[in-house]
Write a protein that binds this ligand. Sequence first.
Ligand code: ZN
Length: 322
Amino acid sequence: MYLIGIDLGGTEIKGGLFKEDGEVLAKQRIKTPVSEGFEGVCQAIYRLVQLLVNAGGIEEKNIKAVGVGIPGVCDGEGMVYSAVNLYWTNVPFGKRLRAITGLEIFVENDATMGAIGESAVGSMKGVKNSVLITLGTGVGGGIIIDHLPYSGSHGLGSELGHMIVGENYYDCNCGSNGCLETFASATALVNYTKKLLQEGQHESILCTKCQEDLDKLEAKDVFDAAKEGDQLAQKAVQRLVKYLAIGVANINNILDPDVIALGGGLSKAGDYLLNLLNNEVEKYIFFKSEKMKCRLAIAELMNDAGIIGAAMLAEKRIQISS
Ligand SMILES: [Zn+2]
């Protein structure tokens, strides 16, 4: 029997066909037909399932279950309350997909799927409790408790990016102020660096780059400049690290997990980011103990975390229900 993991994004739908132990047999991706609405996207997912079946040379009846990660808020039955990038509000996604495909369908938030993937075969493998924080355009997260994903009583939990960690000079997209996302995302780092450059109080190697076009500045440029010793870039990175550390310490003080892993584009800064963060987190940890310390790590699966996690969630849910 086989599992399928789907990562439904606002621009493309990625899918993987897996053996029950997580070994990948085929991967496919298609564009998300957002303009075709809810029904169009559901039909596209079924086409992707068929593409995977063909690519893997298997029969559809041998698919045990399909897991789908969605960019939004949903409940355990696959009712999607909100998916902003898809323009969905209150759609019976899981139910419709079950009807179209005739397959077992399990739906979860995409960041949670990433955490399940890391927990099954990546940086959080082999531990009971762990948390994945994804640092990309926004900040997302997934929580694993007792080897299972945790998203709260209404599917609204694990919104790590909207944890309030301070007061910021601009509001979050969610309408609140001080969300982790507005301090620790790639967008936040670039915005703050631009602000420093515009204020013009510091010399910076980034000035040369930005004289051409300020909009070309990327988070990677800021990290690279910081590593080279550029003071303005270091100031921006330090600010990100400070608030990320507050977020990490809050998670640690509440959940006491074995591992907290960093994923998403910013995690490519690797050990440089990890070392800065380790030092800063120390300051905010309530119970300081070398022996009982949560380990900080960089996520390992990168782009495939979502599809692997979705397949592994389907496997877990089948195990629980049988
Ligand atoms: Zn927010």
